[in-house]
Design a protein around this ligand. Structure first.
Ligand code: UDP
Ligand code: MG
Length: 319
């Protein structure tokens, strides 16, 4: 069998501090794998500059001049991590037999790449990198992640536990992925839907080598909402159930009020009325909110705007 051409797709957003440290590690990995005859000499590192405002693009251009295993594309503006890796995967698809997406900050254990490639050789079209523990996370991130996985399982949208976006995809998975036209990207939920053989490789997630995380609470919540709305419509069904429950409760209350009237036991005071009004108001607002989330997503989907626009590419050298 021919050696597979591997593309390492690496999203970078304002990472000028960390890239000089991690780039040599990525490059060594590619070189070692080529030397060990595990991957083709045509393999590449493909950086995706996600509209950085610092010197990230200059660094990527520099790296690509220094050796022919590195290239880069630059998005026209910042579009977020999911769109950045999607752009990289779609751009790599033609040349690559396999793509591995990995963060540029050194958090994902680079040595896992060997195991991922071996798993591909053994017949897996998808290899998920799964964190063996969450030691490097804060208590808050750890518990909110646990809660999210439980919520997803409850909503019937199964995701791979403790897997983020460190994974290998084969060419045929990438080709299938390109047929998914949705704009609201939640790749870790979307890719399991594609099917094919998959396997899992456990890895330790380290601390970021330099710089700061781009995922504050607000972005984490947005990603969680995107995940839920792109994978499940159960929340809308829950709204219907809540509506049914509230209607039933109101019927019982009406019977209770009439019963009081007929038996001369009229309930005094406004408290009960007030509670019911608040309860109903709360349920209605919540329901409108949930339905609104989905309508918002439909609005974005029907416009079908492009998921990425490439503004610059590094000059390709002849190998
Ligand atoms: N990233 C990106 N676009 C963004 C935010 C992040 O391409 O808008 C990249 C970032 O450079 C890194 C990866 O996505 O390679 C993960 O981001 P980060 O390390 O900030 O997230 P965390 O690991 O803290 O969840
Ligand atoms: Mg990180």
């Amino acid at each position: 069998m021919d050696l597979p051409i591997l593309y390492l797709v690496i999203p970078c957003y304002n990472e000028a501090k960390v890239l000089p440290q991690t780039h040599p590690l990525f490059l060594n990995k590619i070189r070692n794998l080529i030397q060990a005859a595990k991957i083709s000499p045509l393999s590449q590192i493909m950086y995706v500059d996600d509209g950085s405002k610092d010197k990230t693009w200059d660094l990527i251009e520099g790296f690509s001049m220094e050796n022919h295993h590195t290239q880069g594309i630059s998005q026209s503006r910042n579009r977020g991590h999911q769109n950045a890796i999607f752009a990289g995967m779609m751009e790599a698809r033609e040349q690559a037999d396999i793509v591995i997406t990995i963060d540029c900050d050194g958090q994902d254990d680079i040595n896992c790449i060997d195991q991922m490639v071996a798993a591909y050789q053994n017949g897996s079209d998808i290899v998920y990198g799964v964190r063996s523990n969450r030691k490097s996370d804060t208590w808050f991130k750890r518990s909110s992640a646990q809660l999210f996985y439980k919520l997803m399982a409850f909503l019937g949208a199964d995701t791979i536990y403790n897997h983020a976006d460190y994974r290998l995809l084969s060419k045929r998975v990438l080709n299938e992925l390109s047929n998914y036209k949705e704009v609201n990207l939640y790749l870790r939920g979307l890719i399991p839907l594609i099917g094919f053989n998959y396997s899992v490789v456990e890895y330790e997630r380290y601390e970021r080598m330099e710089g700061e995380s781009h995922y504050p609470l607000s972005k984490m919540l947005t990603l969680a909402f995107d995940g839920i709305t792109s994978l499940s419509i159960k929340p809308i069904r829950l709204v219907t159930l809540m509506g049914a429950f509230a209607t039933l409760l109101s019927l019982l209350l009406i019977i209770w009020v009439f019963y009081g009237y007929w038996t001369d036991n009229t309930v005094a005071g406004w408290a009960s009325t007030y509670i019911v009004v608040c309860f109903m108001g709360g349920i209605q607002l919540l329901s409108i909110g949930v339905i609104g989330e989905y309508i918002g997503k439909i609005y974005l989907e029907v416009k079908a705007r492009p998921k990425y626009i490439i503004a610059k590419r590094t000059q390709k050298e002849e190998i």
